[in-house]
Design a protein around this ligand. Structure first.
Ligand code: GTP
Ligand code: MG
Length: 362
């Protein structure tokens, strides 16, 4: 089915009662937006975009200029114009914030932010209530520090209603290391008194095999979020594939650029869709420690500067310590948690302390 560029009818987003088969629509408040609704995008560009895997307005709005120029074989100027036009259409449809907005509008948007419990009261306290939507939260630490366990527990928690500190939504679990375990999720759900099958059905898992595959999945993330009604995206881990594939020094710049593009896209998607994005990251170990600090997260400044929150995890005997390393407003404190049949959990004494705090006696 061919679509005609709707030209000057641009100001009113396309009210779609005609079903378009080969193009994903982005559904916003009873309005369906299509690529051909974007100013300057005609049938030829629409076709090229779709061939490049950009199938909705939101995909185009969050694309990177350099990548788009390569993907559809156009100049960077044209790519920038297409992206800006897509963002303009989303803004006019109240999906994207206007460039300059009053602070009360910003507050209103912040108020639509949701928090998802991690399953541990003490870790929730560190995060001032849990993992936030509209943000990318990074957990980094050495092997066995609890990153994947946090991810599994979050899958169970996100399925809960808002009244139980969940997100009342689906979870997209992007597994780059092959460490997702449905049995573990089942155990966590059962131990917490949730219906295991409901939790399992609420989590869609995507096993990713190489860095290009990961980039492709992230490029289409907006569409998947709509499809699976997801409120949480987990990427465990964000860097392992790129780290393995771009190992020599000569390829470092390329790797960093690719990671940069992934991270920026994740931040935009988190904001636009009001979803929580959780990524895990490794720490540098001796062979490729560029800066000499073994507790430094991998990925350099690219990941550090882009994640909204970074939490450093380390082992302390049987327990784990989580430390807030980077945040616009959280105190830079630390806390302890443990790993057991409930996934991640509080230590005995901290549970009591959390109960005391809830009861108002500090
Ligand atoms: P890498 O992915 O290797 O970098 O480590 P990670 O930080 O993801 O570690 P992960 O979260 O997988 O494991 C942390 C710790 O949790 C392990 O060292 C185990 O002690 C514990 N753990 C892992 N799986 C289970 C499980 O099924 N049950 C229980 N009770 N503990 C587990
Ligand atoms: Mg892991």
């Amino acid at each position: 089915m061919k679509h005609k560029h709707s030209g000057s009818e641009k100001d009113i987003p396309h009210q779609s009662d005609n079903k378009v088969e080969d193009e994903k629509s982005f559904h916003v408040r009873d309005i369906d937006l299509y690529l051909h609704d974007v100013e300057g995008i005609g049938p030829t560009t629409t076709k090229k975009l779709k061939e490049a895997g950009i199938t909705s307005v939101i995909d185009l709005a969050v694309a990177s200029i350099d990548q788009l120029a390569v993907d559809i074989n156009c100049s960077k100027d044209s790519a920038a114009l297409f992206i800006m036009a897509a963002q303009k259409l989303l803004r006019e449809s109240n999906v994207l914030e206007k460039e300059f907005v009053t602070a009360d509008f910003v507050l209103e948007k912040r108020n639509s932010m949701l928090r998802c419990s991690t399953g541990s009261k003490s870790l929730d306290e560190l995060l001032l209530g849990g993992i936030e939507t509209q943000a990318v939260t990074e957990f980094y630490g050495e092997f066995g520090s609890g990153k994947s366990q946090i991810c599994h527990t979050l899958c169970a928690m996100a399925s809960r209603p808002l009244s139980e500190k969940g997100l009342d939504g689906g979870v997209i679990y992007i597994d780059t290391e092959g460490t997702f375990r449905p049995e573990r999720l089942q155990e966590i759900a059962t131990s917490r008194g949730f219906v295991p099958l409901e939790v399992l059905k609420n989590t869609v898992v995507c096993k990713v095999y190489n860095s290009s595959h990961l980039e492709l999945i992230i490029k289409d993330l907006g569409g998947y979020l709509n499809k699976f009604k997801a409120k949480l995206v987990v990427i465990d881990s964000i860097i392992s594939l790129h780290r393995a594939e771009f190992s020599g020094r000569g390829t470092l710049a390329d790797r960093q650029q690719r990671l940069n593009s992934i991270l920026h896209k994740l931040v935009r998607v988190a904001e636009i869709f009001n979803v929580a994005i959780v990524i895990t990251n490794q720490v540098l170990s001796s062979p490729d420690t560029f800066f000499g600090d073994p507790t430094k997260a991998a990925g350099g400044n690219v990941i550090g500067h882009t994640s909204t929150y970074r939490i450093y995890l380390r082992k302390s005997g049987e327990n784990r310590i989580a430390k807030m390393i980077d945040s616009p407003y959280h105190p830079y404190s630390d806390t302890r948690f443990t790993v057991n049949e409930k996934g991640i959990d509080d230590l005995e004494d901290s549970t009591n302390r959390a109960k005391e705090l809830e009861g108002g006696s500090d």
